[in-house]
Ligand binder design. Structure first.
Ligand code: C5P
Length: 297
């Protein structure tokens, strides 16, 4: 998370993430699943502008019409948790510039929550260390803690137990976000817990060595089959991405976004252009959102 403090307040960039590996290990009694996942933050970002407010009230506005900005938004929940945890009586006006697609498996809402914790900690001069903010974040959502350990981390438990993972080089990726989003609980409900889970160590080693071609062949997401059953477009885009021969392609998180892991920026651009051209050829309205990104540094 990049943070900028200036006279008016604090601005925080909240990056999206992709899951380069996601295995489901067990169904839990609390309704969650134990997972093992390699998350990587990327350069597509929302921005949170945090400004001081005279009373203890926290208000949220957003440039995206229709986004819930009341108490249910993870940003408001993060602000409330921080006030309760510290006894802070200050307030804030927060404006969210939304660029990360919703219900896309890119953890936009979780990243916004992490950015709110970091931004308000700075605005209100609370001085909490990142580890404490990450612990609070884990109560708000399974993916929130990760954003205190970017660019990449190996995450277990519900996803909230985070160990930084080395990246041997910056990754070039093409994100492909279909129009139709997916509900995370619905996708998890459809998953089959494997008897023999795939081991993520070879992928972690390939990434640490900066071997993108090997990493591409080792991408894995156990949530992809149930997501494809709920949203056939995921399977269609997976096939079309694969046909364009990036180092690898897979779905991120619980979908519906996919990504191509590319050998370099030029390859990402080539694949984006090929997808644009074929969309024009098919003369269909709309189409998926394509975004060239890099792993955060
Ligand atoms: O933690 P978060 O609120 O992001 O999770 C949303 C939903 O996704 C959970 O209510 C649960 O249904 C599902 N989930 C799960 N196992 C995980 C993470 C999420 O089953 N490890």
């Amino acid at each position: 998370m990049r943070m900028q403090r200036h006279a008016a307040g604090v601005d925080v960039r909240a990056p999206a993430k992709v899951n380069l590996f996601l295995e489901v290990l067990a169904r839990r009694a609390d309704g969650y699943h134990d997972i093992a996942t390699l998350m990587c933050a990327v350069s597509l970002c929302d921005t949170l502008e945090c400004r001081a407010a005279p009373n203890g009230e926290v208000t949220l506005t957003c440039d995206l019409p229709g986004l819930e900005t009341g108490a249910g938004n993870l940003v408001c929940r993060a602000a409330g948790a921080l006030q309760r945890h510290t006894g802070c009586t200050q307030g804030a006006r927060i404006h969210l510039q939304k660029r990360i697609p919703l219900a896309a498996g890119l953890a936009g809402g979780s990243s916004d929550a992490a950015a709110a914790l970091a931004g308000l900690n700075e605005l209100w001069q609370l001085g909490l260390p990142d580890a404490e903010l990450a612990k609070m974040g884990a109560e708000i959502g399974s993916d929130v803690a990760f954003f205190f350990s970017t660019p990449a981390a190996w995450c277990t438990g519900r996803g909230e137990r985070v160990t930084p993972a080395p990246l041997g080089r910056t990754l070039d990726l093409l994100l492909l976000c279909p129009d139709e989003g997916l509900s995370t609980p619905a996708v998890y409900r459809g998953v089959t817990v494997p008897e023999e889970p795939v081991n993520g160590t070879p992928l972690r080693e390939a990434l640490a060595a900066g071997d993108v071609v090997r990493a591409g062949a080792l991408l894995h997401n156990r949530l992809q089959p149930p997501a494809e059953r709920l949203c056939p477009a995921v399977a269609e885009w997976q096939a079309r991405l694969t046909a364009l021969q990036p180092a690898g392609a897979a779905m991120s998180g619980s979908g519906s976004s996919l990504f191509a892991l590319c050998r370099d920026r030029r390859e990402a651009l080539r694949i984006a252009r090929a997808l644009h051209a074929s969309a024009r050829g098919r003369n269909t309205a709309g189409g998926p959102k394509l975004v060239l990104v890099r792993s955060c540094v």
